[in-house]
Design a protein around this ligand. Structure first.
Ligand SMILES: Nc1ncnc2c1ncn2[C@@H]1O[C@H](COP(=O)(O)OP(=O)(O)OP(=O)(O)O)[C@@H](O)[C@H]1O
Ligand SMILES: [Mg+2]
Length: 600
């Protein structure tokens, strides 16, 4: 085969690229804009053990980038080698990649940078009498000479992309490029509190972050105390995985966009899945549309992560992504639940955002009695809601005697349960609330290996529509985990022996089809629970829950409110829709023009 191709090939079409061109192409991957140069140079400084890194830029870095460090420096020979391609001191063999603890390992950054600017590297190592200056102009070595320099290294990159107009065209306004540089410094400084950072742009200080002991202090230096006050600590360890850092408290104002910064063994990385793990945890805690600020540090044995998957080293691959995903999600969930315990105020429903948006329910709720207004068994004449009310002739509302109970007042439009806790009005969406209850019931049953099933009197043979057929196979394990006994005949037919007991009373045929259709048609955004078993549980819950528009007996309403209170995340259904909304008493007072409160 190969020889035949060679025989027919026209000679002379393939050419070896010049070293210079190869460098420029490689540079395209590593050096997109000033910020990427700064990132590489700063990482080199950190790898050299710098305790202080100073970055200066002019014109957004287009005319000058200078990075100075007090790290180990280089000998004359090393300084010359450092600007050659594939020359690195950080790994020697492929195996070393498995334990690489430095940012760099490719030996490409300096030559790539040197190929697109006028680069001068000045360095001196400890004990050397003279320093060395190496100059490379747009890929060509200009000179090497002795010079004076304190221990450490300074790299100066001038006139970026002057010889690469195609790339220069893509550079943005100076201020925009400077902002990207500042972000690169922010990320590096976050990853290394014990190193001091300073950045100036056009002589003006942009970042000033002296070396410090801990991350909180560093975040304070970088973002100020507004941000720090809104953060909760993250600390979780599992088998060969530790997750630490800070996440924004869900009860504080969220930024316009999520800002999730991830570090794997100190290396800043981007990872959509892990960002999702963090946001999923917020949803699970009842935050709709979460926009977290997060600084997530993942420590994992080096052999369990491949760092060599992206030219700029901003992505990594995990041997066991699920474990890392689960670890991050759990870590964030734990941090969020700690904040809710900490901040739980006396009223049991607490505002998490603007009025009118969903509210978080604090755990105290579950301990309360739930009763009916008027006519509930044993409640006698006086309705619970009127108890403790004293009437006053004043403009202010009378204060209610504190009553630990939740009073179900009735049903609104056969869709919402209206209740009062003696302070605020509560509106509970009967479907989403019941869905949450049933979801958690089913998951708990599975976790304790006690899923209740309903055996069908006679196995049912279903003919599924073609588009739903592959789902049975795909979800076979989850279906059986949750109480479906199925036998796929391989063709159009499916034999059903039992269904989850939660579906009791429903037409099993319609229920199974409906559940499969939901799994297929609801897009990925329509869920706050992970795919797989949990999503199937959510779908079963949805199909088995009471519907909007269904008339409910008072006992049923009380049961839903009571059971909702006992769930782990009472504010949301598994699709992320609110289950309960609180109308604060002060809003009600305002609507009625009652300004203040007065005790009788
Ligand atoms: N600031 C510095 N202080 C001391 N040595 C440095 C510094 N910058 C670079 N070096 C040396 O020069 C070598 C080449 O640097 P370069 O950034 O090109 O490659 P690398 O860091 O090894 O790998 P990568 O291309 O992944 O960054 C390094 O391995 C290191 O030995
Ligand atoms: Mg490097």
């Amino acid at each position: 085969m190969i020889s035949r191709v060679e025989e027919t090939k026209q000679p002379g079409r393939i050419r070896r690229l010049s070293e210079d061109l190869v460098n420029k192409i490689a540079a395209g991957e590593v050096v997109e804009r000033p910020a990427s140069i700064v990132k590489e140079l700063v990482e080199n400084a950190l790898d050299a053990g710098a305790r202080q890194v100073v970055v200066e830029i002019e014109h957004g870095g287009k005319s000058l980038i200078r990075v100075r460090d007090d790290g180990c420096g280089m000998s004359r020979d090393d300084a010359v080698l450092s600007v050659e391609r594939h020359a690195t001191s950080k790994i020697a063999a492929l195996d070393d990649l498995e334990r690489v603890a430095t940012h760099g390992f490719r030996g490409e950054a300096l030559p790539s940078i040197a190929s697109v600017c006028a680069l001068v590297l000045t360095t001196r190592e400890e004990g050397a009498t003279a320093g060395t200056e190496v100059a490379v102009h747009h890929g060509r070595m200009a000179h090497v000479r002795d010079t004076a320099h304190p221990r450490g290294t300074t790299v100066e990159a001038r006139d970026l992309f002057n010889a690469v107009p195609a790339r220069r065209k893509f550079l943005r306004a100076d201020a925009t490029e400077a902002a990207h540089v500042a972000e690169a410094i922010t990320v590096a400084a976050t990853s290394r509190p014990e190193t001091g950072f300073r950045m100036t742009s056009g002589g003006r200080i942009v970042v000033e972050a002296p070396a410090t002991r801990d991350l909180a202090q560093r975040l304070y230096q970088l973002f100020g105390d507004d941000v720090l006050m809104d953060l909760a600590p993250l600390e979780w360890s599992g088998a060969s995985l530790r997750v630490s850092g800070f996440v924004s408290r869900p009860d504080r104002p969220a930024p316009a966009r999520p800002a999730i910064r991830l570090f794997v063994n100190g290396r800043p990385v981007r990872d959509r899945m892990l960002a999702k793990a963090a946001t999923d945890a917020y949803r699970g805690a009842g935050v709709s549309n979460p926009r977290p600020v997060a600084f997530v540090f993942i420590e994992i044995p080096p052999h369990a992560v491949d760092v060599n998957v992206h030219p700029a080293k901003t992505e990594v691959r995990f041997a066991d992504m699920r474990a890392v995903f689960g670890g991050v999600e759990r870590a964030v969930m734990q941090a969020l639940s700690a904040t809710s315990r900490e901040t739980a105020p006396a009223p049991f429903v607490e505002s998490v955002a603007e009025p009118g948006t969903p509210y978080r329910v604090t755990p105290g709720w579950a301990q309360r009695d739930i009763v009916f207004a008027g006519g509930a068994p044993g409640d006698g004449e006086g309705s619970a809601v009127s108890r403790g009310v004293s009437f006053s002739a004043s403009d202010a509302e009378p204060e209610l005697a504190s009553d630990d109970r939740i009073v179900v007042l009735g049903q609104h439009r056969h869709t919402y349960i209206v209740a009062s806790d003696g302070e605020d009005l509560l509106l509970v969406d009967q479907h989403t609330a019941h869905e949450r209850v049933r979801f958690e019931t089913l998951v708990a049953q599975f976790e304790t290996r006690s899923v209740e099933t309903q055996r069908l009197i006679e196995p049912l043979v279903l003919t599924l529509p073609p588009r739903l057929r592959p789902l049975v196979k795909e979800h076979a394990a989850a279906l059986s985990d949750l109480g479906f006994e199925t036998e796929d005949f391989g063709g159009a037919e499916l034999r059903l022996g039992s269904v989850p007991a939660l579906l009791r009373g429903l037409d099993p045929r319609a229920a199974v089809e409906g559940i499969l259709r939901d799994l297929l048609d609801r897009d990925a955004d329509g869920w706050i629970v992970p795919p797989g078993r949990e999503r199937l549980a959510a779908t079963i819950a949805c199909h088995s829950a009471v519907r909007a528009g269904q008339v409910l007996a008072r006992e049923a309403m009380a049961a839903i409110v009571r059971d909702l209170a006992r769930t782990r995340h009472p504010t949301m259904c598994p699709h992320g829709r609110p289950a309960i909304v609180r109308i604060p008493k002060d809003d009600v007072s305002r609507w009625f023009g009652r300004k203040g409160w007065r005790r009788e």
